[in-house]
Design a protein around this ligand. Structure first.
Ligand SMILES: [Zn+2]
Length: 231
């Protein structure tokens, strides 16, 4: 009986290592995902800003063309004014000039505003592109390291699994089937040591008669609460 217990303890040790390797692999996979997401976010920011700049440039061009048009209108009105004789006609042209100049001033304000926005956006784009290329290098290095870790962990997990399976055969068939069922449960623990009369896994107080027979190694006992083997 003692032999079965020590086999189970060793099996549990192998299985703990399998679980440890697998959770490390999972952790690495999550990190890779985080890196990828971060990179995609910066990429998206760059392309969003690029389209904003494109729109700003188009808007700027349109306003500059409008400004050119007003300028040539002003020029024409002024030429016409010089050829006029009657005061009434001159006054009408002057009024038109006032309106045209007001529009010109407004447009110049808009153009200046757009130029300023464009400059800020272009600076920001340079900054973001630097950040993106730095992140790309960093991400590549980190993901390579994480992938190597995953491969190593998978190999280690596989090797512990093999050791586990090899040893499992030597367990008494009846115990083996129960042990296998317990080990593939959610937390992967099939055997727990006793703290006095308490199951160290579920903290349940087990009747003395059972703990006594478990601790003397007379028979193989299980926790009356969680059903795990105890020793
Ligand atoms: Zn228990």
């Amino acid at each position: 009986m003692k032999n079965e217990i020590s086999i189970m303890v060793e099996l549990q040790h192998f299985w703990d290592n399998v679980l440890k390797c697998d959770s490390e692999t999972e952790r690495c996979r999550k990190s890779i995902k985080t890196w990828d997401t971060r990179l995609k976010e910066i990429s998206l920011k760059v392309s969003t800003l690029e389209s904003e700049i494109k729109a700003l440039k188009m808007n700027l061009k349109k306003n500059e063309l409008d400004l050119d048009e007003i300028d040539s209108k002003i020029k024409k009105v002024e030429e016409r004014k010089n050829q006029l004789k009657s005061e009434r006609e001159i006054e009408a042209q002057n009024n038109e000039l006032i309106v045209l100049n007001e529009s010109k001033e407004k447009l110049e304000g808009v153009v200046l505003d757009l130029l300023e926005k464009l400059e800020t956006s272009e600076d920001k784009l340079v900054e973001l592109k630097t950040q993106l290329s730095e992140s790309e290098i960093q991400t590549k290095t980190d993901i390579e390291a994480l992938n190597k870790k995953i491969t190593d962990n998978q190999k280690e997990s596989e090797s512990f699994k093999n050791k586990f399976n090899e040893l499992l055969i030597s367990l008494d068939p009846q115990i083996r089937s129960r042990f296998s069922k317990l080990i593939s449960s959610k937390d992967g623990v099939a055997i727990a040591h006793l703290n006095g009369e308490i199951c160290s896994r579920c903290n349940f107080q087990i009747p003395s008669s059972i703990t006594l027979s478990a601790s003397t190694g007379r028979s193989i006992e299980t926790c009356t609460n969680c059903g795990r083997f105890i020793y």
